[in-house]
Design a protein around this ligand. Structure first.
Ligand code: SF4
Ligand code: SF4
Length: 92
């Protein structure tokens, strides 16, 4: 069964993005673009298939992909999610 689109909220935390372009290059459904400031922008959130590549490979932990049923989170909540994930990676 093909992966379902539109099940996620995708958030890129601009303060942490260094504009390396990894997520732009490797997201299979082209969810991201680099904006005029050199930071990543989420431009096609509805295309996300929740593959997890961007979260796993962003060197600065600047991306969170969250289940949409929880609602598209406010920035503060998302920042907390990112930090929780960082703690998990650091422990691992
Ligand atoms: S992989 Fe991370 S640091 Fe690189 S452009 Fe994407 S969000 Fe920014
Ligand atoms: S989870 Fe996969 S499809 Fe969704 S934005 Fe990240 S790389 Fe793209």
């Amino acid at each position: 069964m093909p992966p379902k689109k539109g099940q996620t909220c995708v958030y890129a935390y601009p303060d942490w993005c260094k504009g390396c372009g990894l997520c732009v290059a490797f997201c299979p459904t082209k969810v991201f673009e680099l904006g005029p400031t050199g930071k990543v922008q989420v431009v096609h959130e509805e295309e996300c298939i929740n593959c997890g590549f961007c979260e796993l490979h962003c060197p600065d932990f600047a991306i969170a992909v969250l289940p949409r049923e929880e609602g598209c989170a406010a920035d503060l909540h998302v920042a907390q999610e990112i930090r929780q994930k960082m703690k998990g990676y650091q422990k691992g």
